[in-house]
Write a protein that binds this ligand. Sequence first.
Ligand code: THU
Length: 131
Amino acid sequence: MKEEELVQWAVEARTNAYAPYSGFAVGAALLAEDGRVFTGCNVENAAFGLTMCAERVAVFKAVSEGVREFEAIAIACGKVPCPPCGACRQVLYEFAPDLLVIMADAEGKEVQKAKLGELLPRGFGPKSLRA
Ligand code: THU
């Protein structure tokens, strides 16, 4: 799948964001190794701390359907491309330390790319527990 297409999935997923408190809508699209795309949006809550980020919604949807191998994630939010939060980096690292992270603005026009290892260097993952 082309990177532009994955970004468009994220842009579309963002339209489902439930963000009445922050007003900051985020969409994510996670590309699995088998070619499937799992989307997510942020889901806020009146008890603010229960808010779930778009990226983790996408990961949990995939894993709950038996999919654990991923190539890339596209994230769409804001006026400029926004990076995933620290909690989402950690959750992504569990399954895909070499993941390509494609960060886009809300419309998918401006795009920045990084590998997850750059965003979370020396991350703690399953191997750390076995070392
Ligand atoms: N948010 C995400 O969905 N992903 C991130 O990586 C950063 C933050 C959401 C959480 C909250 O609903 C809103 O953006 C403002 O923090």
